[in-house]
Write a protein that binds this ligand. Structure first.
Ligand code: FE2
Length: 695
């Protein structure tokens, strides 16, 4: 037995050995190589110190994980070769695993994209643009946009489902206050997922601006100073004109009627004013009260289209805040304005409360200087509340967050709408989280400094949400409903109208590239889930808002997405960027007023005005806050620029180029026009409009 066994064993061993050699030779002959280039972001902390493992997955198979180390310097582009025994077919996705060493617990990595050239010489791009810190397997799809019914590979379908399951665990709805739009539920070590956080650069810059502002106010004795201003002139000593030429102009002219009227068109809230043909019943201005040129009267001027109304009824009946035990005052005024023959818009009558009658006089430009100025000051304070709480907080910040959270919970990275909208979501959740903690919540800036702060704030915002309509969020509809077309010197509309048109054209091109007919829109269950969540969590399922519950046609989708991008970029810029210009000089935008409104005329004096305006501490807080919130950081991304290349196909990339060219032309026109203006209107210059609600 023994003698026969030895040759048999030897024969078997040789057979195995020769088979392995043949297989090895065969493999070497058929081995195929994939050239892989990993692009890492160039921001602070973007580079990974630890190695990364990468795997390719195609329709015909997958590679093994291949390890890659990044050099410590010059590491923005790293190339490697992945060898496989056969072609993997069409590449579907990649998997990345970042090796974790416990001696380096907080090593971050921000890969931008991975580009793979196959043995067949096909190029595949995998957009990433995400922070990776853990050692989990992270899957990223190839860049070609796919709707859910375009998925043909099992690997793609599984990855799509896993991505959305993970996202829905990370991004959850939370009701911050009943009656307000839902927001992102913060939790975990950083409160928000890494992708949602400010970049380290932005954190540092905002922190620096905040700290230097605080130190300045503290060194000047403004911080927490409850002292009254003895005169308006004394406020000027603490005002720093170099920070804004517009703010300096406002300081010089804030008492003049032309600037008061101008701000309803081109100030921080251009969405309240409307042209009227009849007076509201509760604003009984009679012909005999006002003199017009050429023996005209109020009704004739209304017929000619020269009379405008600003009605602050959203603020009516809400008790003003109590600060340090002192009752504050906030009115709900009605303001009548006249377009003069020189095209300047000037106020001609002010009623500070909604219900007319005794103790609620109609103030006129012919009243005493201080009566008229005090009435305008109450309007400007109401303007502050209406602007900050409704135009700015609700209609841009809070709604933008709804659009973002719904996007992240419903649309995978490979979906065309994700690729279209993700640039307009940057930093929105983080800035809103900070706003809830520092600006609007308990013990926040507004609760300490604003008549509309504290519990008052939420009452006003809830009421405003119930009045917010889809039409009011769409610029052309809003302008038509307010009869504000062809109003001279209305630069918000001039620039905003063009921006709306360019955004609409861009969105239309993208949507029609991916959705050929109504059926494709209606069958896209992910798309329908996105709008359903917005309707439910943003507009609290109120059909009267006019917000669609679902999309039926590509046209429905184009209009809504245009509104989303316009709101997150242009509209936010229009109401955000001028905060210091028009609010830095406190008397022009007092956040609170400390005395009741005048109930009769001929009593107001300079002393009345100073006692009514906010104290020194509130003035200092306003200077610091408006400066911080009006100042872009260096990682600002202007509208139309897409440094993150989520679209990799030729057609959408060409549409992006066309869009950018249109915006650059508009920017040049605006800059040329502004050279001839007394107050340059810069807020909707595309180069100064940020892609997202980021501040
Ligand atoms: Fe903002």
């Amino acid at each position: 037995m023994t003698t026969t066994c030895i040759p048999v064993k030897s024969h078997l061993w040789n057979s195995v050995k020769y088979a392995l050699i043949r297989k090895k030779n065969l493999s070497e002959r058929t081995m195929v190589n994939y050239r892989v280039t990993i692009y890492t972001g160039n921001g602070l902390l973007a580079n990974s110190i630890t190695p990364v493992h990468i795997k390719l997955v195609g329709t015909e198979g997958e590679s093994v994980f291949t390890c890659v180390w990044f050099p410590l310097f010059s590491c923005w582009e790293t190339t490697l070769t992945i060898s496989c025994t056969k072609s993997l077919g069409k590449l579907i996705l990649i998997e990345l695993v970042k090796k974790k060493y416990y001696i380096i617990p907080n090593d971050f990595w921000f890969p931008n994209k991975v580009v793979v050239t196959s043995p067949e010489n096909d190029e595949y791009t995998f957009p990433i643009y995400s922070w990776i810190r853990d050692s989990d397997i992270h899957t990223f799809r190839e860049g070609k946009a796919l709707r859910i019914f375009d998925e043909t590979s099992p690997a793609g379908s599984v990855a799509r489902k896993q991505e959305m399951d993970l996202r829905r665990r990370k991004y959850n709805w939370k009701s911050y206050q009943v009656g307000l739009p839902f927001c992102m539920k913060e939790e975990g070590e950083y409160k928000l997922p890494l992708k949602a956080l400010f970049s380290p650069t932005k954190f540092i810059e905002l922190g620096f601006t905040f700290v230097t502002g605080f130190v300045r106010r503290w060194s000047e004795g403004l911080y927490d100073n409850r002292g009254n201003w003895k005169s308006i002139g004394a406020i000027a000593n603490f005002f720093h004109p170099k920070q804004s030429s517009v703010a300096e102009l406002v300081k010089q002219h804030w008492q003049e009627d032309w600037l008061f009227g101008y701000q309803f068109l081109n100030g921080t809230n251009p969405n309240l004013i409307k042209r009227i043909k009849t007076l509201p019943d509760n604003f009984p201005v009679t012909d005999d009260l006002i003199c017009f040129p050429d023996n005209s009267n109020l009704h004739q001027e209304m017929e000619k289209g020269n009379i405008y109304l600003c009605d602050f009824k959203n603020l009516d009946g809400v008790p003003a805040n109590i600060i340090d035990g002192d009752q504050q005052y906030m009115m709900a005024p009605l303001v009548l304005l006249h377009k003069r023959p020189d095209n300047n818009l000037v106020p001609i009558a002010i009623q500070l409360k909604q219900i007319p009658g005794e103790g609620n006089p109609i103030f006129l430009p012919t009243d005493s200087h201080h009566d008229w100025l005090l009435a305008k000051t109450f309007v400007r304070s109401a303007y502050f509340a209406e602007h900050q709480l409704i135009a700015h907080l609700l209609r841009t910040h809070l709604l933008a967050e709804v659009f973002v959270v719904s996007l992240l919970r419903n649309l995978p990275m490979v979906h065309p709408l994700y690729k279209l909208l993700i640039p307009h979501t940057r930093y929105t959740m983080q800035i809103n989280l900070l706003a809830r903690e520092r600006l609007i919540g308990p013990n926040s800036v507004l609760s300490k400094d604003a008549a509309a702060g504290g519990p008052t704030l939420f009452k006003i915002v809830k009421r405003a949400l119930s009045d917010t309509t889809y039409r009011s969020l769409c610029l052309p509809d809003s302008i038509a409903d307010r009869d504000m077309k062809d109003v001279p010197n209305f630069y918000y509309l001039q620039d905003g109208g063009q921006l709306w048109g360019f955004i609409h054209g861009f969105v239309e091109g993208i949507i029609l590239h991916y959705y050929k007919d109504d059926d494709e829109v209606q069958q896209d269950t992910e798309l329908q889930a996105w709008i359903a969540d917005i309707f439910k969590y943003g507009f609290l399922s109120k059909p009267e808002s006019g917000i669609p519950e679902r999309f039926n046609t590509p046209g429905d989708l184009i209009k809504f997405v245009t509104m989303v991008i316009f709101t997150c970029s242009a509209q936010h810029a229009a109401v955000n960027s001028g905060q210091y210009d028009y609010g830095g000089w406190m008397p022009n935008a007092p956040s609170t007023l400390r005395q009741p409104p005048p109930s009769e005329k001929w009593k107001a004096t300079h002393v009345t005005l100073c006692e009514t305006l906010p104290n020194k501490g509130v003035t200092g807080d306003g200077l610091g806050t408006t400066f911080l919130l009006s100042r872009p950081t260096t990682d600002f991304i202007p509208l139309g620029q897409f440094p993150e290349e989520h679209f990799t196909e030729e057609s959408p990339r060409q549409l992006q180029d066309v869009f950018l060219n249109e915006l650059q032309c508009l920017s040049s026109k605006i800059q040329t026009r502004n050279k001839g203006l007394r107050i340059p209107y810069t807020y909707l210059d595309p180069n100064k409009v940020e892609n997202s609600v980021a501040i």
